[in-house]
Design a binder for this molecule. Structure first.
Ligand code: NAD
Length: 491
């Protein structure tokens, strides 16, 4: 297959070479070969993108009706749907996820855009009973120029998560995709152009975190940052955003507890627990990476889960038989391997997996791995691996399950399996996570607000809740009374 060369950034509705002429190489993680090059934007390019966004915000974009903005999002959704297979193929090569996952993600991204397209003209302010003789109301105005920074694990989904609400509320966006997976971002940019969005409303500037990323989040012309990625980067961004008090929202991953009580439908719980731990090769912020199992069913669950994990077919992303692909980068594979070593050093036992799958000599592959024998306080049970590594921990009582589940610095997702309705509500109430599910796991959906407690993030994405993150609320008071104003300086 010939190399793909993308050499231009999408700024102000036009294709522009980066000022420095620099490029990044994109590696196919199934083969370890460079398969594409992408432009590497720098601060000068970010300046241009922010200026183009501001011009659009002050110009044609602000003159469109909310209904029209919504239509443009719906149009973009249709183009994504049309090109789902070709975009999925690009993503599979860039990111290593199997084709059925990436094509499915593109289709779901279209649903996200449709949902916000429909919401665009339904967001409204309030009339407020302030006092007689005055008409008081609120206006919901766009925050302005949004800097969106995204990771490599679900690229196209996250473009839709950020663009949908930002554009529905009348903002403009400069998007900095992850350097490992920028190819599909530029294909996405073509669709933004073809959907008829006015020039500058969406600008796409691939580049490194320390280059284009830092330039964007510290740019004085950016009003809000919407970021998904690691906690460490979120902290740096918060510091950069302090000047000018930029609005920030962060989604930073988790170490999500998945609790199986003895009274649960174990067959279903085990199927879902295996899927939620290993889907996307564990490279998911919502992975159920800590499985807490009530002691009386612990052996039964562990045996069944192990058998299922061993049936997962690991393979190249474009092979239709593949269930899970490689890790996205060599760095991520090293990180996962280091965590497997660490788990062993901490006294854990590998029940299954732990190494490279047989017959896959090239590519960033690792087996689905199940650990037991680790305390919840161990580093493997506390830190986000972002690989296919599951830690299984027994518990005795409901009280203990909740205590272990909440004993983490994260708080993105949590789930429990039980047939006891009272327990379902009691435990859901006590779990510290932005998304709690009973008898299912991580129902991530455009209609459901999503985001973290504690160090998993700040603010919410998805649902109608996210729209508030992209508006300034302005109170307006119009006094129409005839009474003379009180004059405290009259005497
Ligand atoms: P990261 O936080 O380094 O990168 C995410 C995005 O931020 C990328 O676009 C990157 O270029 C950009 N970035 C990096 N430094 C920046 C800076 N100083 N200013 C502005 N932008 C910057 O995450 P990563 O390297 O892709 O992955 C590291 C770890 O983060 C993973 O192993 C995993 O634990 C976690 N992660 C979480 C998610 C999630 O969905 N929550 C996604 C990817 C990674």
């Amino acid at each position: 297959m010939s190399m793909l060369h993308e050499d231009r950034l999408f700024i102000g509705g036009e294709w522009q070479a980066p000022k420095s002429g620099a490029r990044l190489e994109s590696i196919d993680p199934s083969t370890e070969e460079v398969w594409a090059t992408v432009p590497d934007a720098g601060p000068a390019d970010v300046d241009l993108a922010v200026a183009a966004a501001r011009e659009a915000l002050d110009g044609p974009w602000s003159r469109l009706t909310a209904t029209r903005r919504g239509r443009l999002l719906t149009e973009l959704a249709a183009l994504l749907e049309r090109d789902a297979t070709s975009l999925g193929e690009l993503e599979s090569r860039d990111n290593g996820k199997p084709l059925r996952d990436t094509v499915g993600e593109v289709r779901r991204a279209a649903e996200w855009l449709r949902y916000y397209g429909g919401a665009a003209d339904k967001l409204q302010g309030d009339v407020i009973p302030y006092r007689p003789g005055a008409h008081a109301f609120t206006r919901l105005e766009p925050v302005g120029v949004v800097g969106a920074v995204t990771p490599w694990n679900s690229p196209i989904s996250l473009y839709a998560w950020k663009l949908g609400p930002a554009l529905a509320t009348g903002n403009v966006v400069v998007l900095k995709p992850a350097e490992q997976t920028s190819v599909s971002a530029l294909a996405f940019a073509r669709l933004v152009h073809d959907a008829g969005l006015p020039p500058g409303v969406v600008n796409i500037v691939p580049g490194r975190g320390a280059g284009a990323g830092h330039a964007l989040v510290s740019h004085p012309g950016v009003d809000k940052i919407s970021f998904t990625g690691s906690y460490e980067t979120a902290r740096q961004i918060m510091r950069s955003a302090a000047d000018g008090l930029k609005r920030v929202s962060f989604e930073c991953g988790g170490k999500s507890p998945h609790i199986v009580f003895a009274d649960a439908d174990l067959e279903r719980a085990i199927t879902v627990a295996t899927h939620s731990a290993f889907r996307s090769t564990g490279q998911s912020c919502s992975a159920g990476s800590r499985l807490l199992v009530q002691r009386e069913v612990y052996d039964e669950v562990l045996d069944a889960l192990t058998a299922r994990a061993e049936r997962i077919r690991v393979g190249p992303a474009l092979d239709p038989r593949t269930h899970i692909g490689p890790q996205t980068s060599a760095e991520q594979l090293d990180k996962t391997r280091r965590y497997i070593e660490l788990g062993l050093d901490e006294g854990g036992r590998v029940v299954t997996g732990g190494g490279r799958p047989l017959g896959l000599d090239r590519g960033y592959f690792v087996q689905p791995t199940v650990f037991e024998g680790l305390a919840n306080g161990s580093r493997l049970a506390q830190e986000e691996v972002f690989g296919p590594v599951l830690t299984v921990i027994p518990f005795d009582t409901e009280e203990e399950a909740v205590a272990i589940a909440n004993d983490t610095t994260y708080g993105l997702v949590a789930g429990l399996w039980t047939r006891d309705v009272g327990r379902a509500h009691r435990v859901s109430e006590r779990l510290q996570a932005g998304l709690v599910s009973v008898n299912t796991f991580r129902p991530v959906h455009w209609t459901l607000p999503y985001g973290g407690y504690k160090q998993s993030g700040l603010g919410r994405e998805n649902g109608l809740a996210v729209l508030r993150e992209y508006v300034e609320v302005k109170s307006v008071v119009v006094d129409y009374g005839d009474d003379a104003p009180e004059d405290p300086f009259a005497d």
